[in-house]
Design a protein around this ligand. Structure first.
Ligand code: GLU
Length: 306
């Protein structure tokens, strides 16, 4: 399939979902700056491995990428540290909420995987050993998107002001001796990572290396090895969509990562990367219409890793 074949599919999905805009689901409430985002918005964009793009709906509206940033933090961590990264972070689906404290206590401060909050906080702590994680994130994402990407400082401040659970998670890990750096410094970087603002079109480009064996979508230079890239895709498939990863694998069959800002990125290895966005979330914390859009995309294209 070429990008020309994908454009009518994306346009068709937007037409199908438009009547449902704003009818179901709820915008994330626990971060005040996100609770103010109008629910009735939807956008979608993709980029093929050979550089063709297709987009529909609000594909150029910026939104808070939230936990999608965990994919890029992990990418920085793998690139900077190799296997050392994994000393304090597991690779199993959690089966508990993304911000759960219970499991962390049972497992003595070692997070189940890098895509739950505790895991991303641990990755950020490790990044502080070798770089400035805030600058490294913007640098990585601006290069991958092909244009400057910024933090939404209002969202970062809103998270810092109300991030009681994340503050608890970080202190908990620190109490187990599983964070090297000062909790406030680690959390400042983590909150800023979540508060990156990007569009569907930018995220479809930025995830391009995940469908190209780790090669940068614009320069063609290796960002990660093909083995590291396969591992990120494996983690996205098994741990990328909160407690709905089994359902996503069952009904969509692609590595995905979602965020509470309503974005979901998905990867079709060797073919394309895509991003859908709609702010209203379902009960599992995934974008309700974003998930439907991915199901329709998988049905209409027959694309799947299985
Ligand atoms: N910033 C959010 C938090 O730390 C990210 C949650 C998410 O998107 O899963 O709670």
């Amino acid at each position: 399939m070429t990008a020309r074949d994908f454009q009518p599919i994306l346009t068709d999905i937007v037409h199908t979902l438009t009547p449902d805009l704003g009818k179901e689901g709820q915008v994330a409430q626990y971060i005040p700056a996100l609770a103010r985002v109008p629910a009735a918005q939807f956008g979608m964009a993709l980029r093929t491995c050979d550089g063709h793009e297709a987009a529909a709906g609000a594909a150029d509206t910026a939104f808070s990428i939230q936990s999608i940033s965990k994919v890029f933090a992990l990418t920085l961590g793998m690139r900077e540290m190799g296997e050392y990264l994994w000393d304090r972070i597991g690779r199993e689906p959690s089966g508990t909420a993304f911000n759960s404290l219970v499991q962390l206590e049972f497992e003595q401060g070692t997070p189940r995987n890098p895509f739950i909050n505790a895991g991303a906080i641990a990755v950020t702590d490790r990044l502080l050993n070798s770089c400035d994680p805030k600058a490294a994130m913007l640098d990585l994402l601006s290069g991958l998107a092909g244009e400057p990407v910024h933090f939404d400082e209002e969202v970062a401040a809103s998270e810092a002001a109300t991030g009681y659970r994340n503050i608890a998670l970080a202190n908990f890990m620190k109490s187990f001796g599983k964070l090297d750096h000062d909790v406030a410094t680690v959390l400042d970087a983590y909150f800023h990572h979540c508060a990156v603002s990007m569009t569907c079109r930018q995220l479809a480009r930025a995830t391009g290396y995940l469908c190209r064996d780790g090669l940068h979508p614009f320069t063609g230079q290796p960002l990660l090895t093909d083995k590291q890239t396969r591992r990120i895709n494996a983690l996205m498939l098994t741990c990328g969509t909160y407690d709905a990863a089994g359902e996503f694998a069952f009904s969509i069959g692609l590595p995905c990562k979602s965020g509470v800002g309503g974005g979901i990125v998905a990867v079709v290895p060797d073919t394309l990367s895509l991003c859908v966005w709609s702010p209203a979330l379902d009960a599992t914390g995934n974008s309700l219409l974003g998930r439907r859009a991915l199901e329709l995309f998988a049905q209409k294209t027959g694309l799947s890793v299985f």
